[in-house]
Ligand binder design. Sequence first.
Ligand SMILES: NC(=O)c1ccc[n+]([C@@H]2O[C@H](COP(=O)([O-])OP(=O)(O)OC[C@H]3O[C@@H](n4cnc5c(N)ncnc54)[C@H](OP(=O)(O)O)[C@@H]3O)[C@@H](O)[C@H]2O)c1
Length: 282
Amino acid sequence: MKILIFGHGYVGNRCADAWGDDAVLSDVRVTSKEDAAREIERVKPDAVLNAAGVTGKPNVDWCDSHQIETIVGNTLTPIAIAAACQEAGTYLLHIGSGCIFYGDAPHEDKMWREDDFGNPLPTYSRSKWAADLTLSTLPNVGIARIRMPIDRVPGARNLIDKLAAYTKVIDVENSVTIVDDMIDVLRRLMEKKAPGIFHVVNPGVMRHRELMALYEELVDPAHTNEWISNEDLTRLGLATKGRSNNMMASTRLAEYGIVMREVHEALRDTMEKYAEAKKRGA
Ligand SMILES: NC(=O)c1ccc[n+]([C@@H]2O[C@H](COP(=O)([O-])OP(=O)(O)OC[C@H]3O[C@@H](n4cnc5c(N)ncnc54)[C@H](OP(=O)(O)O)[C@@H]3O)[C@@H](O)[C@H]2O)c1
């Protein structure tokens, strides 16, 4: 299977590394349908993965002061890529985000379903939701919503590295995505050309406390941090806008025979591999 990947950032590179010769990681900056169409014509892929997006540097707060760049990257660019894929008759899997949901879902179990409407406030989340709203009307398009990637490979985008670096950490529970599992699920969704929205999160919910306890057990027993509430994050000036914390149900992967590992099982396995990578000096 040949996969054309747009977006040579964190997710694009992790997928390209895993898929080897099956993947072509494009270095084209897509500014129009024609840019994407030329790449599709050149590569002739079986499927396109859109991992291009604007996530903000040093963090997502940047998007609130750079609204147009954010909207172009997260709403217009996916629409341009989708238009090119529709014309070429090529399946598109777009990377969405679980950060379009804030707080508890209006269901008894408080978990957000794939067909629930988002309730985003900040620019980043709104621009992601706008792409979901429009792309989800198209045939031959899948949307894989991921959330707070946890990776065996150390790096700035990894939730393990992020939380370990903070002296004050919010004590919240969330749905999360284990990156090894995500890479496998994305490929299987493309093989099956699965349409519609998918929550690519590991079953179960994880408290930040659980992640840090494992980190202290397996990586750095000397690590300490202070625990704060989600409200403290903005009150103490550590972020300009509150972060999305939520729980997501993954109800649609099973339609395609895809099962992800329970989050605590996957988290321990990932942290063990992360600890080995740290020992090797990765
Ligand atoms: N990492 C997460 O925590 C997370 C969580 C949920 C969802 N996501 C979603 O996953 C996707 C990938 O995120 P990531 O973590 O890999 O972010 P990333 O490391 O910032 O990568 C995004 C890449 O897309 C590129 N890009 C932006 N606009 C482009 C365009 N018009 N054409 C081609 N490339 C373009 C960026 O290039 P430049 O840097 O040169 O602009 C960057 O290399 C995004 O849609 C993001 O919303 C990520």
